[in-house]
Design a protein around this ligand. Structure first.
Ligand SMILES: [Zn+2]
Length: 419
C-alpha cells in the first residue's frame, strides 16, 4: 500500500471510529445554562462522549454515521447533579432511577468508599449505566451508636490523622457530621487547609454556622443547621427552633448570609428532605402543623440567602429512609423556585453551580463544545415551569443516547431479575 493511501486509510479509520457513535440532536431549543438566552432550532453533535458542536441547525456539520434525533419542539438542558446523596444507603438500585431522572452527576456525602469506587469504575468502563460520582468516603464523626461508614474522631489529633488517612485514600473531599467535637472540628479544618482537601459540613453540635464559614468550609449542608446554630452559638437567646428560625429571618440572618457570601461558603439546603421528612416523621396533625410552618420559613430563608449572594446548589439527601434518588432532585428544584429562584437559576443550582463548586466548568455543567455530553432532552420548556424538568424524553450520558422508554424497560427488567 502506498504511503499516502495508508495515511488516508488510517485517517478515515480514526474518523469513522470517532463518529461511529456520534449523535446529532437537531432542531432543538438549547438551554445551555451559561446564563445565555435559550437558543431555538439548534443542533448539538455528540462525538466520543463529548459535545463536539453546538449551533443553529443547518450550520452544524452532522457526521455521516451519526444517529440523528429530530428534536423539533423539544428542549435540551445539561445533565443534572444531585450535590447531596448517599449511594451506599440507596444501593445500586439508585442508578437507573438517577439516570431516568436526568441526574448524570452525584456528590456522594458519605458511604462505603470501596463499594462506591467499584460502582464508579463499572460506570467509567461502560459495564454499568450511572452518573459521574464525586465522593467523600466515610463520614468523619464523633462517637455514635448504630451507624456505619464512619471514622470516629474524639480529639484534635485524631481529627488531623483522619484528614491524612482520607488524603491517602484519595477521597475527593471530606464530609464532617454533627457529633464531631468542636475542638476536633477546628483541628480538622486546619489540617484540611494544609492538605488542600475541601470539607463539606453537617454542622457539628456546638459549632456555629458563622464559625464554620470563617474556618473555610467548602459547603454547609441542610437548611435546618443554621437554626440549630442559632440555638447553640455563643450568646444565643433563642430557646426553641421557632425562635431560632425567626431570628434568622431578621438582621442576624442577613448578617450571617453576607458572611457566607463574603467567605465564598456554598450552601446545599436540601429543602426537599425537610418537606418529605416533616411529613414522613409525623402522622400526628397536631405535630405536623408547627413543622410545616417552620418549613415555610426555611424556604424563605433560602430565598434570603440567594438574594444575599450566597452560592447555592441543589441536593436531595437521597438515602435509604424515604428520599427517592432522581425524583427528589426535581422536587428540590421546584422548592428553589418557590424560594424565589428563577427557573434558570434553579437549573443552574444543579448544573453550572456544581461545576463551579467542583472546579470543573471545562468538563461539566453547560452545553458548550468540549464539555462531557451529559444532556437531558425535555418535551416541555423548563424555563416556563420548573416542573417541566420532569418531562424527560431522553438522556445522554457516557456518550450514549437513552430514550426514556428504554431506561424504564431496563429498570423493570432489573427489578424482575431481583425477584
Ligand atoms: Zn446526607
Amino acid at each position: 500500500m502506498h504511503k499516502w493511501l495508508l495515511a488516508s486509510f488510517l485517517c478515515s479509520l480514526s474518523a469513522s471510529a470517532q463518529t461511529k457513535n456520534a449523535i446529532a440532536i437537531t432542531h432543538v431549543t438549547v438551554i445551555d445554562c451559561t446564563g445565555a438566552a435559550a437558543k431555538p432550532n439548534s443542533t448539538v453533535v455528540v462525538t466520543g462522549g463529548l459535545i463536539g458542536a453546538v449551533g443553529p441547525s443547518g450550520t452544524v456539520t452532522i457526521p455521516v454515521a451519526a444517529r440523528v434525533v429530530d428534536a423539533t419542539g423539544k428542549f435540551l438542558i445539561p445533565g443534572l447533579w444531585d450535590m447531596h446523596g448517599h449511594l451506599t444507603d440507596a444501593t445500586a438500585d439508585a442508578f437507573p432511577l438517577l439516570i431516568m431522572n436526568g441526574v448524570t452527576g452525584v456528590r456522594d456525602m458519605g458511604g462505603d468508599l470501596v463499594q462506591i469506587d467499584r460502582w464508579r469504575s463499572e460506570i467509567n468502563n461502560g459495564t454499568r449505566v450511572g452518573p459521574h460520582i464525586v465522593r467523600a468516603g466515610p463520614f468523619v464523626d464523633g462517637p455514635k451508636e448504630g451507624v456505619t461508614n464512619r471514622l470516629t474522631v474524639r480529639t484534635p489529633e485524631e481529627a488531623r490523622q483522619a484528614v491524612r488517612d482520607l488524603k491517602a485514600k484519595s477521597v475527593d473531599f471530606i464530609k464532617v457530621h454533627n457529633a464531631l467535637p468542636p475542638d476536633a472540628f477546628f483541628a480538622l479544618m486546619d489540617e484540611a487547609r494544609k492538605e488542600h482537601i475541601p470539607v463539606a459540613v453537617h454542622l457539628p453540635k456546638g459549632v456555629s454556622s458563622a464559625e464554620a464559614s470563617d474556618a473555610g468550609v467548602a459547603s454547609l449542608e441542610h437548611i435546618e443547621t443554621i437554626n440549630e446554630s442559632a440555638l447553640w452559638r455563643k450568646g444565643a437567646t433563642a430557646k426553641t427552633v421557632e425562635q431560632a428560625v425567626d431570628e434568622n429571618l431578621g438582621p442576624a440572618g442577613q448578617e450571617l448570609f453576607q458572611r457566607f457570601a463574603k467567605n465564598g461558603t456554598w450552601y446545599v439546603p436540601t429543602l426537599v428532605a425537610y418537606e418529605r421528612g416533616f411529613m414522613l416523621w409525623s402522622n400526628d396533625p397536631e405535630a405536623l402543623k408547627p413543622r410545616m410552618d417552620v418549613q415555610a420559613k426555611q424556604i424563605t430563608l433560602v430565598g434570603m440567602m440567594h438574594k444575599a449572594g450566597v452560592k447555592i446548589m441543589a441536593g436531595s439527601d437521597f438515602s435509604d429512609w424515604g428520599m427517592v434518588p432522581g425524583v427528589d432532585l426535581h422536587n428540590e428544584l421546584a422548592l428553589l423556585v418557590e424560594a424565589g429562584f428563577t427557573p434558570l437559576e434553579a437549573l443552574q443550582a444543579a448544573t453550572l453551580n456544581p461545576a463551579k463548586f467542583l472546579g470543573k466548568t471545562d468538563t461539566y455543567g453547560t452545553i458548550q463544545v468540549g464539555r462531557a455530553a451529559d444532556l437531558v432532552l425535555l418535551d416541555m420548556n423548563p424555563l416556563e415551569d420548573i416542573s417541566h424538568t420532569r418531562k424527560i424524553h431522553a438522556v445522554v450520558v457516557g456518550g450514549k443516547f437513552y430514550p426514556l422508554a428504554s431506561l424504564r424497560a431496563q429498570a423493570l427488567q432489573d427489578a424482575a431479575n431481583r425477584q
